[in-house]
Design a protein around this ligand. Structure first.
Ligand SMILES: [Zn+2]
Ligand SMILES: [Zn+2]
Length: 314
């Protein structure tokens, strides 16, 4: 059992290991096992698949309404997205940080979310984080969806993937999205650490050292635009609207979930849904490491990985 480093309340088994997908030599059995595992299928795919299906079947304007830019269907998307992230980030915040219904089990930091700190808007971390999430975050997220659904309604996109005709591709695209966004996130994130961009934009996200669900999507508008731009892959990748919703929700709601500050939601101490990767928690503390996530080991390949071993040895 590793010793707990200063101010860490809890550490996962270290060193952090990357997903056994893009590894050499190829490990077919480990890769298949990972794709059906709790951290991937149960926590990265299924929750967002369910959410995006709810959004598509019950909360989505008919595509025929999206031919012209009109306030009605655009505000429906805006309101829906605001509601979804309010429920998920707000719910997790209340459950984990206000009513502390899980106690400190699997919580990385021992410090509390910051109050009375001039670094934050209104001197309050949660208010600051909610402000950036619910204004710029929801607007940019919706903007990308507006562009896609308008383009789809007008047949401007070269492809529309009908799941009845291409069931295998339809499923594979959901599995592809988290790996693709992992690479995109690493590259965009390194760009955001370029000094001028960091100062203007990314420093807003890095106000957060102790993490809570509202921290994840708390970003400057420039960062929102760059970070969410991974969805543009669907211009050339044959897709169904459900893929667009899933992709955007993984980037937005997923960011809230993966900054919860807790490794997992647990029942009787056993994890049933994984939330925050320690890999990114380390990025918020040390800044110059771990620009991506452990799905694709770009940090390792580029030599900027902190695998947590130092934390274990402190
Ligand atoms: Zn972050
Ligand atoms: Zn960063």
């Amino acid at each position: 059992m590793p010793k707990i480093g200063k101010s860490w309340n809890w550490l996962p088994p270290l060193p952090i290991r990357s997903a056994p997908i893009f590894v050499w030599p190829i490990r077919v059995f480990d890769a298949a096992k990972f794709l059906f595992s709790g951290p991937f299928l149960g926590s990265t795919i299924l929750p967002y698949l369910i959410l995006s299906a709810i959004a598509w079947y019950w909360l989505q304007p008919e595509l025929t309404r999206c031919v012209e830019f009109e306030i009605g269907w655009i505000s429906q998307l805006l309101f829906r997205n605001a509601l979804l992230i309010l429920i998920v980030a707000g719910g997790l915040h209340l459950y984990l940080h206000v009513f502390t219904l899980q106690g400190t089990g699997r919580r990385f930091e021992s410090r509390e979310l910051q109050r009375n700190n001039p670094r934050f808007f209104m001197r309050d971390q949660v208010k600051d984080n909610m402000y950036w999430t619910m204004t710029s975050g929801v607007v940019v997220w919706t903007l990308y969806e507006v562009m896609f659904f308008w383009a789809m309604a007008n047949d401007y996109l070269p492809y529309y993937l009908e799941w009845r005709n291409h069931p295998v591709s339809f499923v594979l695209i959901f599995l592809f999205i988290p790996f693709f966004t992992s690479v995109h996130f690493h590259l965009v994130h390194r760009l955001l650490h370029w000094k001028p961009l960091f100062r203007i934009a990314h420093s807003v996200h890095h106000r957060n050292v102790v993490l809570g669900p509202w921290s994840g999507f708390s970003m400057h508008p420039i960062e929102h635009l760059l970070y969410m731009s991974s969805v543009l892959i669907h211009i050339i990748l044959p897709s169904h609207p459900l893929h667009i919703l899933f992709h955007n929700q993984w980037n937005s709601i997923g960011a809230a979930v993966t900054h919860s500050g807790y490794e997992a939601l647990t029942i009787h101490g056993k994890p049933f849904m994984y939330l925050t990767a320690f890999h990114h928690q380390l990025h918020h503390r040390y800044i110059k490491c771990n620009y991506g996530n452990p799905l694709v080991a770009l940090d390792k390949w580029f030599g900027c990985e902190n695998n947590g071993l130092k934390e274990a040895n402190k």
